[in-house]
Design a protein around this ligand. Sequence first.
Ligand code: 5GP
Length: 163
Amino acid sequence: MINQLFTPMINKLFLTFLLVTFSSGSLANTETVSGIGKYDDNNVFSKILRGKLPAKIVFEDEFVLAFEDIHPIKPVHVLIIPKGKYRSLVDFSSKASEQEIIALVRAMGKVAKLMGLTEKGFSLMTNSGHNGGQMVAHLHFHLLGGEPVNWEEALREKNTTDN
Ligand code: 5GP
């Protein structure tokens, strides 16, 4: 009797949990994506570009958008993206026009300056594909600063363990 009463209730709760977890994207957020293949408009940066998702924009011009990362790992953590539909650097470097490439590189310098990073320095990096840990399938560069980024230390540690 108790089983008959509680089993459907527990099943319903479990289904609701699955629905909430997947629709909020909390599990999908840890998944990496491929850096190659067809561009998919469903990625979050495409939605930001189309004004469907909010973002704290720090720079914009005809070809580039820069906005704050939603989960900053340094005091300054800005994402710099081309407005064109490119999944990764592989895609962008082979398909983008010279105008787009120049605009992106120029924007990187401008945003670093705008965020007050040029004097003390910064790190600029992109993740490509599964091994790179890319999680959003629209090319983006992480501009990190405001305190030492310590890639150098991390690489030195890795080289010591490899030898
Ligand atoms: P990846 O691992 O692909 O190089 O980095 C993706 C970055 O995008 C992560 O640092 C993550 O915090 C950020 N991110 C994911 N979703 C959003 C979002 O909706 N808005 C903003 N501003 N950043 C996001």
